[in-house]
Design a protein around this ligand. Sequence first.
Ligand SMILES: [Zn+2]
Length: 358
Amino acid sequence: MKGSIQIIKLFNIPVLVHWSFGLLSLFVLYQGYSNGLSVEGTLWLGLFVLSLFVCVVMHEFGHALTARKYGVETRDIILLPIGGVARLDKLPEKPLHEFLVAIAGPAVNIAIALLLSPVFFLPFINLDLSSEGGINAQNFIPLLLMLNVFLALFNLIPAFPMDGGRILRSLLSMRLGRVRATQIAAIIGQIFAVGFVLLSIFSLGSPMLALIGVFVFLNAWQEARSVKMNTLLDETKLVDIMRTRFTSLHPHDTMHSAISIVEMGLEYNFIVRNEVGQSIGILHHEFIKEAMSERDANAPVAVYMSKHYERMKAQDSVRYAATRIQSNGYSIIPVEENGKLVGVLDMQTIHDFLKENK
Ligand SMILES: [Zn+2]
């Protein structure tokens, strides 16, 4: 995410902090100090913010490491002012796995709270949390414990992107399928979001809560949309959307033939095939432009074609193809059926398909 810096890498997962999170921490410290906290009190407050930070990171690793157990990697963990986000590569396939991944985060906070609970039996602990003077050695651990309970409960609110939203979706998915389950979970999430905003306006007056409400509302909508899109991409096969009218080139053709088709503005990337009709390479638009600028129109296609491409099967899913195209930068890929070239696919075809199904 833009504006984030990596602070550490654990279990091979980068942990990033968004600048606004750092700013918020500084602001909290500044507020404490300017409201008459002693230097010692400010240090305790700083330590508390740092501990909160560690608890949030541990919460996110609860998600990430559980996801890894079910074969889903985590790109990174980002800390934002509204909480942490573990960005998983994809959703766990099975609803039960999604349930376990989602609940693992709050479970970490409950575990931390339980581990801290023996502290209540220590004689010097001050349980009067309302006492003046802010955070100190006496109330530090009890406050941290309560904060972890709060983090667990807050995250269990059944609204995306909170864990509770995912837990709800996974439970509904077991009966309804993921698309329907997400739609219902998203609606419930949006009801909560509106509730947050109303609560913030009419009683608590907390702008943070209103902000979270807006964030939750947009996220619920986004989640429903992306699940619907991904399911569509999973269920659609290449044979359903591939382009069957296309020009293919021969390695002995001159670049001139490619250039003239490009100049007509109909096709920009080409499949190169041999005598028996099998694809042996692709010719990117960039390479054709290069040949044009080098005035190399008489060179054979074989000189410019790239062998870095993949053949896909007509029955492969559009999602699989789109991921491969995007991550490898293919401009075009041949689609084959029983070893025969039957169509081509490029990003434009996929975009057009997505536009039609918006
Ligand atoms: Zn979580």
